[in-house]
Design a protein around this ligand. Structure first.
Ligand code: NAP
Length: 253
């Protein structure tokens, strides 16, 4: 019987790359997102190329019922789970007061609430596996405030803090890793309406590279892929917060 790794947001970008890397590494997968056609296509390729078992479950994590249905389906089918990758997420660019309220609240639902909800629902199943793991995709944005992407940065700060706490609580039982990429080539910037922001003009890492580094280091509690991103996080730690948020404001404009 397969021992699955569940990947949320597997229909594009980092999630899709994680799925490809995991399948190549011999993992059986459950892929989820809203765009089922893309998931089915990816699942077909991974089955053919790597001979893995790959299941697809369509779910809208922007809806609390969607999260519950996803977890209930996995539990009801009696599927064994060894990995949970909470990757689904999105951002939004612009001044908080001028951006749609619904989008800010949906961001908290997908980036934060769904991640906590899914983790809580699936932990008992995960804990039955040998050496189970969780990867939560946070961001370098998690380490500082982010004017012009205020809710997004705050949501990722939550993911980092939550992951660190869980990794300590579950030490020796489930390894928990916060993967913190910097700007990455994916559909993220366009969906966040941030393609023209300085942040994305400074260059991006490929989603394949982010995924490979995340998987290789998934027993580490905090993983920041790439030297430039590491320097950004380190620089942030030695920069006064008042200055840091001014710089972030410029970068996010
Ligand atoms: N790209 C970057 O610069 C960057 C940097 C740091 C961190 N990250 C984080 O990396 C993660 C992946 O983002 P990405 O860069 O790969 O962007 P992406 O290409 O836009 O992928 C986002 C994924 O999340 C899924 N998703 C979004 N809303 C959803 C919902 N309501 N229900 C279910 N799935 C949903 C999307 O699937 P559907 O639309 O098919 O549902 C898609 O598969 C996110 O958590 C993001 O915050 C990205």
């Amino acid at each position: 019987m397969p021992n699955y790794t569940l990947i949320t947001g597997a229909s594009s970008g980092i999630g899709e790359s994680l799925a490809r890397e995991y399948a190549e590494g011999g993992y059986d997968l459950i892929l989820t997102a809203r765009r089922t056609d893309r998931l089915e296509k990816l699942a077909g390729q991974l089955r053919e190329q790597h001979g893995r078992t790959v299941e697809v479950i369509s779910a809208d994590l922007g809806n609390p019922d969607g999260v519950a249905e996803l977890a209930d389906t996995i539990i009801a089918r009696g599927w064994a789970l060894m990995g949970l990758v909470n990757n689904a997420g999105f951002g939004d660019s612009g001044a908080f007061s001028k951006r749609p309220r619904e989008k800010q609240l949906a961001m908290i639902q997908v980036n934060v609430t769904a991640l906590v909800d899914l983790t809580h629902r699936l932990l008992p199943t995960l804990e039955r596996a040998q050496a189970p793991f969780i990867i939560n995709v946070a961001s370098v944005a998690a380490f500082q405030a982010g004017p012009n992407m205020a809710v997004y940065y705050a949501s990722k700060a939550f993911v980092l803090s939550f992951s660190e706490s869980l990794s300590e609580e579950l030490r020796g039982r489930v390894s928990v890793s916060a993967l913190c990429p910097g700007p990455t080539a994916s559909e993220f910037a366009e969906r966040a309406e941030a393609s023209k922001a300085n942040l994305f003009k400074m260059g991006t890492m490929s989603s394949q590279k982010v995924a490979a580094i995340g998987i290789k280091n998934h027993r580490n509690t905090i993983v920041v892929p790439g030297v430039r991103n590491k320097l950004m996080v380190w620089g942030g730690k030695i920069t006064p917060r008042a200055l840091l948020r001014r710089i972030a404001y410029r970068i996010n404009s």
